[in-house]
Write a protein that binds this ligand. Structure first.
Ligand SMILES: O=C(O)COP(=O)(O)O
Ligand SMILES: [Mg+2]
Length: 226
């Protein structure tokens, strides 16, 4: 019987990275004379990586964005973000205790994120969480990324798990759509980065704190999905 696996999204799920993503986004937007984005506006932009955040910020200000400028701003964003890791980012309340619970229960654990892999590995390392994860897969690890379900199923395979004994935990429609397309139960946290309540995207379950996430709950979700 393969070890069950729990796969976590990163930004807005395991780690509150909003303050640093916002700082780096505004650092890059300032280089093209766009107005700074505020915390509220920012939530509409996250979920698909830095390139899409920049694109959405321009669209929100009705500013054109040619490819060369997009590339220039993405480089500014990534250089600034990479240099500042871990910055102000912190794991959400209850995350470490939850990772300990699943580790003690013999679960495999992995991260499936649309953040670049190198920055994801660096951030997780800087926060002292590397030892929990058998795989950390970013938007550039494979030739596909969330909401493509293969990003999730290949992360599971890389970690040595079985998609039939897996649960996904995420904060956005992207995560929920990815898991549902893979036929994998998905727990949505309601404290992440989405401008609509996650229940609208019909996850398997919504939680408001990591204390609710237990191996018993995961086992029930895996059994019910079979
Ligand atoms: O970096 C992003 O835009 C989203 O990253 P996530 O998939 O970890 O939420
Ligand atoms: Mg997220």
């Amino acid at each position: 019987m393969p070890r069950p696996i729990i796969v976590f999204d990163l930004d807005g799920t395991l780690v509150d990275t909003a303050p640093d993503l916002l700082d780096s986004l505004n650092h890059s937007l300032a280089a093209s004379d766009l107005a700074a984005v505020d915390e509220t506006g920012f939530r509409r932009f996250v979920g698909h990586g830095g390139r899409v955040m920049i694109e959405r910020a321009h669209a929100a200000q009705n500013k054109a964005l040619v490819a060369a400028e997009h590339d220039r701003l993405l480089t500014l964003f990534l250089d600034h973000y990479t240099l500042n890791i871990p910055g102000k980012s912190q794991p959400y309340p209850g995350v470490v205790a939850a990772l300990d619970r699943f580790q003690a229960a013999g679960y495999l654990m992995a991260v499936c994120t649309n953040k670049y892999e190198a920055n994801s590995v660096a951030l997780i390392g800087a926060l002292g969480l590397s030892n929990y994860f058998a795989a950390i897969c970013g938007q550039d690890t494979f030739a596909f990324r969330k909401p493509d379900p293969r990003h999730l199923t290949e992360t599971i395979r890389l970690a040595g798990g079985d998609p039939h004994s897996a649960v996904m935990v995420g904060d956005s429609q992207t995560d929920i759509d990815t898991a549902k397309a893979a036929g994998i139960p998905v727990v949505a946290v309601d404290f992440g980065y989405t401008d609509r309540h996650v229940r609208e995207f019909e996850p398997t379950l919504v939680i408001s704190h990591f204390d609710t996430l237990t191996p018993d709950l995961a086992e029930r979700l895996i059994a019910a999905a079979r």
